[in-house]
Design a binder for this molecule. Structure first.
Ligand code: NAP
Length: 268
């Protein structure tokens, strides 16, 4: 049985990834599902159970180290090990830096705690078990973790930090048999922008983006699943993301203008 731990599994990409893994693995698939919303988590676990997998919902706030360690302990005590850890829990934020008041800047640290430290704590606790299984680590970053994007100084900082952390860790794990796959989604059709924080650090309640061409959550989860299975170094989603990646080496100013144009419909 392959044992997966997925953070941010109560909705969006994490929930869809869990359902796809359950559908694919059925009785051979164990899923330990983590997020804060216990009711939504239980619903996703029930859907995965109905598809034949063994799903265990573990209410978890990844901004608390003790929760992250308890999550991994629970996975190991229930299933006897861990084969895959998907660090997917994340929060978006949207504000220009010069619009954030000094007394509100603290939420930049809070965002870093969820997006970077949540991944780091879960990974630290899971690492001995992943080494034992020669398993797989997955980090869900963002194209905003490869290219700076206007209105995303906080979010880009957290996702660049994730990229740096997991790239460095990959080099340390080279001889261990543990693979590190970093996924870079573009705009995916989930509620992330409505949940994401505004200049005051509160849920925006709306998306400031034109989402007409957003990737479906099913497609995004499928690409992550395939990258994970292949032990790919990275999964860069969207043609524009791939182009931007290489263009940044040759003509970084062009990439800056592409980023501004891509977010031009942003309502701020
Ligand atoms: N959608 C996109 O366009 C997009 C693009 C690039 C990258 N990404 C990345 O993909 C990942 C998933 O995003 P999504 O689009 O699926 O977002 P989403 O629909 O808003 O789901 C986010 C998930 O993270 C969980 N979460 C948030 N804060 C948490 C915390 N403190 N502790 C535990 N779980 C927490 C949420 O559950 P609870 O609220 O129940 O805790 C939820 O399950 C994120 O890392 C995001 O940055 C998304």
């Amino acid at each position: 049985m392959r044992i997966h731990v997925i953070t941010g599994a109560s909705e969006g990409i994490g929930a869809e990834l869990a359902r796809q893994l359950a559908r694919e693995g059925r009785a051979g698939c164990a899923l330990v599902l983590a997020a804060r919303n216990a009711d939504k988590l239980a619903d996703v676990a029930a859907q995965c159970d109905a598809l034949g997998a063994a799903a265990l919902p573990v209410p978890t706030d990844v901004s608390r180290e003790a929760d992250c360690r308890a999550l991994i302990d629970r996975a190991v005590s229930q299933f006897g090990g861990i084969d895959v850890l998907v660090n997917n829990a994340g929060i978006s934020a949207h504000a220009r830096f010069d619009e954030v008041a000094a007394e509100d800047l603290r939420w930049y640290q809070d965002l870093m705690t969820v997006n970077l430290w949540g991944s780091l704590w879960c990974t630290h606790a899971a690492l001995p078990h992943l080494k034992a299984s020669r398993g797989r680590l997955v980090a869900v970053s963002s194209l905003a973790g490869l290219v700076g994007v206007p209105g995303r100084t906080a979010y880009s900082a957290t996702k660049f930090a994730m990229t740096g952390f997991f790239e460095a860790l990959r080099t340390e794990l080279m001889e261990s048999g543990v693979s590190v796959t970093i996924a870079y989604p573009g705009v995916v059709a989930t509620e992330i922008r409505r949940h994401g924080w505004n200049a005051r650090g509160r849920a925006a309640g709306k998306s400031g983006l034109d989402e007409a061409n957003a990737m479906s959550v099913e497609e995004c989860a499928r690409l992550i699943r395939e990258g994970m299975d292949d032990r790919a170094r990275e999964v860069v989603m969207t043609a524009r993301g791939k182009l931007g990646r290489y263009l940044k080496l040759l003509a970084p100013g062009v990439v800056d203008r592409m980023a501004v144009a891509a977010l031009a419909k942003d309502t701020k």
